[in-house]
Design a protein around this ligand. Structure first.
Ligand code: GLV
Length: 332
């Protein structure tokens, strides 16, 4: 009997997905769910041809050099800034991610965070839980209007367009966006969105939602200078990646009320959160949960598993990030 390929699942995932993988492979899991150190990951990957990762596993040149048998890394995330894709391509290792299956769920959350931020939901709940509510008042926790306001979106991919549709069709918002490349006319019409420069976006948005991928180019795309261009009544929502916002500069802007409020699902250096963000009241903080519904998280884990199965059994991954490596890996 030929030996079955060995693979690693680097974090705890749904048992039924492990069972599906076990139909094809010898599967090593991480029962504790504690993220591996780079050295532990390299050790666990010895003899493995595939690994399912999350954003907490960094795949770079050093790890790849230490794991010559590795053929495919399947991220259970649409974002893949934990991958050094050029290094993976150079090493002949296929990279995959999980697009599409999380688009609508993540757009729902972006909108939820926008609403919670604009209408001061968590700040007022903390006040109530602290026993501070003694009377109703006309201006108590008065927030920012959502319907009919101007929704700005920085990064107009699938999730950005999902948020735009919700704003335009559900809340009668004027939608403006900025992106590296402008959408085609049909896509702009579908989400009633108007392309503007980044400067105009910062100036005009009542609610600015960040949905762009993290890269060297987008590092601190929103820092002190950009925050200074926003309306003092504006809110800023980050569901993209930590590092796109300069969190220290944002904490200052929130404390000094240079913008009204922020909603953050992602943080520089998460799971650490900049201590100053924890002490300002006008920010809603959530622990990177934008795609977290059971249905969607299962779909993401299944898509990552399907990528590994389809690639290792038929040579045809479903959502490859560097398909140019396929001939090299398949002929190796
Ligand atoms: C989550 O942040 C993802 O990229 O899927």
């Amino acid at each position: 009997m030929t030996q079955r390929p060995s693979i690693l699942v680097a974090r705890a995932i749904f048992p039924e997905v492990i069972e599906r993988l076990r139909e094809h492979f010898d599967v090593e899991t991480n029962h504790t769910d504690a993220p591996f150190t780079p050295q532990q990951l390299a050790e666990r990957l010895q003899g493995k041809v595939a690994v399912l990762t999350t954003g907490s596993e960094r795949i770079g040149a050093e790890l790849l050099a230490a794991c010559p048998q590795l053929k495919v890394v399947a991220n259970i995330a649409v974002g893949y800034n934990n991958f050094d894709v050029p290094a993976m391509t150079a090493a002949g290792v296929l990279a995959t991610n999980t697009p599409d299956v999380l688009t609508e769920t993540t757009a729902d959350f972006g909108f939820a965070l926008l609403m919670a931020t604009a209408r001061r939901v968590t700040e007022s709940e903390h006040f109530l839980r602290a026993g501070l509510w003694s009377k109703w008042a006309l201006d108590m926790f008065a927030g920012a209007e959502v319907h009919g306001s101007t929704l700005g979106i920085l990064g107009m991919g699938r999730i950005g367009q999902g948020i735009a549709r919700r704003g335009a069709h559900g809340f009668g918002m004027q939608v403006i966006y900025h992106n590296r490349s402008r959408l085609d006319a049909a896509s702009e019409a579908a989400c009633q969105a108007r392309y503007v420069s980044k400067a105009e976006l910062l100036k005009q948005a009542d609610h600015l939602v960040l949905v762009l991928p993290y890269s060297a180019e987008s590092h601190h795309a929103i820092g002190a200078a950009e925050l200074a261009q926003m309306k003092p009544t504006a809110t800023l929502i980050n569901i993209a990646r930590g590092g796109i916002v300069d969190d220290a500069a944002l904490a200052v802007a929130l404390r000094e009320r240079r913008i009204a409020a922020a909603g953050l699902d992602v943080f520089e250096g998460e799971p650490q959160v900049h201590p100053d963000l924890l002490t300002v009241p006008n920010v809603v903080l959530t622990p990177h949960i934008a795609s977290a519904t059971i249905t969607t998280r299962k779909a993401m884990a299944n898509l990552a598993a399907d990528n590994v199965i389809a690639f290792l059994t038929q040579g045809q991954p479903l959502t490859p990030l560097n398909p140019e490596v396929l001939p090299k890996v398949l002929n190796a």
